[in-house]
Design a protein around this ligand. Structure first.
Ligand code: PMP
Length: 363
């Protein structure tokens, strides 16, 4: 294991060992270019081959139709909270938000600045442990888009099916924390965005997949960097992009393709998540997951124990055994295991073994 830990962080998160090794081997002299990717001109043929290959691999992984643009942007997923309404709405347009946790709440609050944003469903009263059931929410007439967060990283709820019957309302999804964890029918969405730093790379790059016919209508106040049309016309090279982050994404995409694409990734993720949820559910209440069965995330698994002292002692033992970053988000407490694509099954097996021995010693 060469001193590596099992890193259960929510993001930046663990990356595939093979990708890190390849990056290490190529760091000093990238493929005979005599320099690292960090030192290259973003307009040179070497880097162009990197970003073009990254886009081609992502298109193939997600089966992205030709009438969608793929953009590699900066500012994190947080910047998309404003870019989305700036590009898709006129200032007074209605736009609907389903609020299923902290991230969709933040998207809504930022969206309010640039459109007539409305929460049409909120999981807040149930402490963000559920998703809307069919018929529980209805669109505002004329709403330009409906925004959802496909996977709430802090609360651990994940959409398994997406809203349908939207008429002319555009479906927009923040997929930051489940991007490339499973196949997605891109054609159901007007726009998908995702920060890279959970499943597909380092922080610094945010991927936007947007239907091309929606480009070119940005509000006049839209900063040039946030205008999708300008970014698309310039192949994400309007200014200096986060070259090294894009390069690592390219390696991760290739790695995912080699490992059988997103169907295979989903199979692995289902198996891994099942190991952990089964351990929680078979603990006779020693470990508790607040999220209801059907909407549990395959990526972020929150759970609690009877007391904060027990949790602290569990986290300490885990760290001693090389399992780190298991503390729940500061806003909710408890434990959270983020088990993205690159978390090996062995990491979860080790966590489950500790859970069992810890319970035996404390009950
Ligand atoms: N959306 C989701 C679902 C997230 O998990 C995060 C980050 N944890 C963000 C948005 C914000 O991303 P960033 O830090 O890249 O702005």
């Amino acid at each position: 294991d060469e001193g590596r830990v099992f890193n259960f962080a929510a993001g930046p998160a663990t990356l595939p060992a093979s990708v890190l090794k390849q990056a290490q081997a190529e760091l000093y002299n990238w493929r005979g270019s005599g320099m690292s990717v960090m030192e290259m001109s973003h307009r040179g043929k070497e880097f162009l081959s990197v970003i073009q290959n990254a886009e081609a691999s992502l298109r193939s992984l997600l089966n992205i139709p030709d009438d969608y643009a793929v953009l590699f942007l900066q500012g994190g997923a947080t910047t998309q909270f404003s870019s989305v309404p700036l590009n898709l709405c006129k200032a007074g347009d209605a736009a609907d938000y389903i609020v299923t946790g902290s991230w969709s709440d933040k998207a809504f609050k930022e969206g309010q600045k640039y459109c007539n944003a409305k929460v049409i469903w909120s999981g807040k009263s149930a402490k963000y442990t559920s998703l809307p059931q069919a018929g529980e929410s209805s669109l505002t007439p004329g709403a330009r888009f409906l925004h959802i967060c496909a996977n709430e990283t802090i609360h651990g709820v994940e959409f398994k099916d997406y809203p349908t019957h939207l008429g002319d309302t555009l479906l927009v999804a923040d997929m930051s924390s489940n991007f490339c964890s499973k196949p997605v029918d891109v054609s159901k969405f007007a726009l998908i965005y995702a920060g890279a730093q959970k499943n597909v790379g380092p922080s610094g790059v945010t991927i936007v997949i947007v239907r091309k016919d929606l480009l070119g209508n940005a509000q006049p106040i839209t900063p040039v960097m946030l205008d999708y049309k300008i970014q698309a016309d310039n192949n994400s090279l309007y200014n200096t992009p986060p070259c090294y982050s894009i390069y690592i994404c390219d390696l991760v995409f290739s790695d995912l393709l080699e490992k059988g694409g997103l169907e295979a990734a989903e199979r692995r993720n289902i198996e891994k998540a099942k190991l952990l949820y089964d351990a929680i559910d078979s603990s006779n209440g020693f470990f508790k997951c607040p999220v209801k069965g059907e909407v549990r995330s395959l990526m972020n698994v929150p759970f609690t124990m009877e007391t904060a002292e027990l949790e602290a002692s569990f986290l300490k033992e885990a760290a001693e055994q090389g399992m780190v970053q298991l503390k729940g988000h500061r806003s909710v407490g408890g434990i959270r295991a983020s088990i993205y694509n690159a978390m090996p099954r062995a990491g979860i097996e080790k966590l489950v073994a500790l859970m069992k021995s810890f319970q035996a010693r404390h009950s």
